[in-house]
Write a protein that binds this ligand. Structure first.
Ligand code: THU
Length: 143
């Protein structure tokens, strides 16, 4: 568990609410994500699956896209809500691709809050989920 910040007010509720809108007819595994950005706003996303399976999008990807589309570029916190199905005991931690997507706009200590329908289950720093990561700094140092 990360010893990071408390979750911002409204972040869990935003992720829980958008989870309901997930388009997940193939997995029946609905996920909601909410990002608190440096502009103080909360941006949301849900997973959007596709009949051509690899074209599906994760909830985190949608929330990050909404943040960037609105002109913000720093994730202060991110909350992910999953579960409510058969995999009740499993933590819905971000997939590898989403960890990297979060990395682009976050810092090592940025908290990632993992929730179920009842609330917070675990929190990790991004560095715990994606240690020794490759990020924008790596390219910066190459100039
Ligand atoms: N999924 C997410 O949206 N975020 C995660 O953190 C884990 C997995 C989605 C992808 C797919 O639509 C479904 O959950 C099952 O993998």
């Amino acid at each position: 568990m990360s010893k990071n910040d408390e979750m911002a007010a409204g972040l869990f509720e935003a992720a829980l609410s958008v989870q309901q809108n997930a388009h997940a007819p193939y997995s029946n595994f609905k996920v909601g994500a909410a990002v608190l950005a440096d502009d103080g706003e909360i941006y949301i996303g849900c997973n959007v699956e596709n009949a051509a399976y690899p074209e599906g999008l994760c909830a985190e990807a949608g929330a990050i896209a909404m943040m960037v589309a609105n002109g913000a570029h720093t994730i202060k916190q991110i909350c992910i809500v999953g579960g409510g199905g058969k995999a009740e005991d499993d933590l819905v931690t971000p997939c590898g691709g989403c960890r990297q997507k979060i990395r682009e706009f976050a810092m090592a200590e940025t908290p990632v809050f993992i929730c179920g329908p009842q609330g917070l289950r675990a929190s990790f720093s991004l560095d715990e989920l994606l240690p020794h990561s490759f990020g924008p700094d790596n390219l910066e140092n190459n100039k």
